[in-house]
Design a protein around this ligand. Sequence first.
Ligand SMILES: Nc1ncnc2c1ncn2[C@@H]1O[C@H](COP(=O)(O)OP(=O)(O)OP(=O)(O)O)[C@@H](O)[C@H]1O
Length: 130
Amino acid sequence: MDSNDKQTGKNKTFFRSVRHALTGVRTAFTEEDNLKRDATFSIVVILLGFMLRVSAWDWLLLSIAIAIVVISEMWNTVFENMVDLVVHHQYDPLAKKIKDMSAGTVLLTAFFSSLIGLYVFVPYLWRMLF
Ligand SMILES: Nc1ncnc2c1ncn2[C@@H]1O[C@H](COP(=O)(O)OP(=O)(O)OP(=O)(O)O)[C@@H](O)[C@H]1O
């Protein structure tokens, strides 16, 4: 967070909007271990894609798989922070419901991304091995 920036109103320029959005991305990746793990995993997937020389279509599928996981993890982080902002870390059944459902969306996204990964990589690995 930019400690000198006490702005609470609308952004006056597009450049400023982008700057705040980039700050949000940096904060999420710096503070959230799950996002760091996703970034590492994404790099492994990209390296594997280069090693196996996957097609343009497969790059598109892999990009979608990576994007949906990262985006759902960022939304999960947003929900966690919003809940904590409202309940101030006090136990609340509704807070639990929201956080569990939000974590559930990450789980489902990771599952479907894994299916995409298998769909893309298994044929290449199969051809390589047999
Ligand atoms: N204020 C609260 N009231 C009730 N339950 C809570 C509250 N805060 C957290 N929990 C419970 O603890 C779990 C983990 O909390 P939280 O999501 O903040 O931690 P986390 O380790 O960052 O989770 P994740 O691994 O999904 O990012 C929630 O899914 C929920 O079940």
